[in-house]
Design a binder for this molecule. Structure first.
Ligand code: UD1
Length: 350
């Protein structure tokens, strides 16, 4: 197939580009080379024949959609949003960018769309109370966090909650500017499939890590930060009490998920939009992420658990990988133990 890939020079884009080409596809690679997302690539040079353009500019596309079967849209501002001043960045690159790509596809009669979404659309994960079944706690207060109360209580009885796997039908509850923009992207895809008509798949990636990840910027995920601390000879700094749960999914598995979504989206009925979690299926506490990266670096260091917190962080969020396995045949192959240990010495972007 001929696939137009936006964000092709990025961390996930480069791995996806390689996966699509290896699978025999003809890939039209597009990227704006936004500095926050890029730095200097060290694992791979940007894809051959990369078209450097801003997806928001209709006139920039020329005839790039000619013969395209599927668009895989990864181009986005990433990270959680560092300050309120970042709001227009997310709204511009992510919300408007997606709307503009969908309009350009419509103009060119391209009707299959795969989009990079995120676990952040869920906000807090799923929780159960032994007495009151499934509960959706609201954001944590500064007062509770300052007091070192990191776990959210049951909103009904105030008792402790257990975390559980989040399925795709959970209510969306975005908590950051980035999360809001990811919900918007999914919303535009849903509107477009009906209007165009077309078919779309949104992939809700969990915490992605692996070779080519951007080094330690305020927009980087925690795995890169742990690695940078170790390289400086310092212990990784773990916020809260380190027992907050996530799922760390290797970038090569994310590339496999994107390929699975490309294959699936061509078989969908028009006016269909499906969302899938992309997770390793091995939930992990953040302190253990630090320990695995430390082990891989060959340094016998215990993480420093600080009790610090970032306002807006969710406590636990862990996705169920079941629907992606059952409907698009995606199962992650890299375990966090292996992948995070190898990540300790993998090349990063400067
Ligand atoms: C991350 C991404 C988000 C992505 C989501 C997918 C970033 C900044 N956030 O959110 O864009 O969509 O995964 O699920 O890329 N922590 C430390 N020490 C640090 C930094 C963070 O302990 O130095 C902790 C945080 O408090 C948090 C956890 O590590 O509990 C994960 O943080 P982070 O990597 O920023 O990821 P998410 O908030 O899960």
């Amino acid at each position: 197939m001929r696939i137009l890939l936006t964000g092709a020079a990025g961390f996930i884009g480069t791995a996806t580009w390689r996966g699509l080409v290896t699978d025999g596809h003809d890939v039209v690679a597009v990227d704006l080379l936004v500095p926050e997302a890029h730095g200097v690539a060290t694992r791979d040079d940007p894809p051959a024949g990369l078209h450097v353009l801003d997806v928001r500019e209709a006139s920039a596309w020329g005839d790039l959609f000619q013969g395209v079967d599927v668009v895989v849209h990864l181009a986005a501002m990433v990270g959680a949003g560092v300050t309120a001043a970042d709001l227009p960045l997310y709204a511009g690159h992510n919300d408007l960018g997606t709307a503009a790509v969908l309009a350009a596809m419509h103009a060119a009669n391209v009707d299959r769309f795969v989009q990079a979404s995120s676990m952040v659309v869920y906000g807090e994960g799923r929780y159960t109370c032994p007495e009151h079944d499934t509960q959706s706690p609201g954001p944590r207060t500064r007062e509770a966090l300052d007091a070192g109360t990191f776990d959210t209580p049951c909103p009904v009885c105030g008792g402790p909650l257990d975390w559980a796997l989040v399925g795709e039908d959970a209510a969306l509850d975005p908590r950051s500017s980035y999360a809001v923009s990811k919900v918007a992207q999914e919303g535009y895809a849903g509107a477009w499939v009906r209007q165009a008509p077309g078919a779309a798949v949104s992939l809700r990636y969990h915490n992605v890590y692996g070779p080519g990840m951007p080094r330690d910027t305020p927009y980087s995920g925690v795995a890169a930060m742990f690695r940078s601390s170790l390289e400086r000879g310092e212990p990784p700094t773990v916020f809260e009490d380190g027992t907050q749960m996530r799922d760390f999914v290797h970038v090569d598995d994310v590339a496999r998920a994107n390929l699975a979504a490309v294959r699936a989206v061509v078989g969908l009925e028009p006016a269909t939009h499906r969302a899938y979690n992309v997770a390793s299926g091995h939930p992990i506490a953040i302190a253990d992420v630090a320990r695995h990266v430390a082990a891989g670096s060959g340094r016998d260091v215990e993480p420093r658990i600080t009790g610090q917190y970032r306002i807006g962080d969710v406590r636990h969020v862990v996705a169920s990988p079941a629907r992606a396995r059952d409907e698009i045949g995606f199962t992650a192959q890299v375990t966090p133990e292996d992948g995070l240990a190898r990540f300790a010495t993998a090349p990063l972007r400067a």
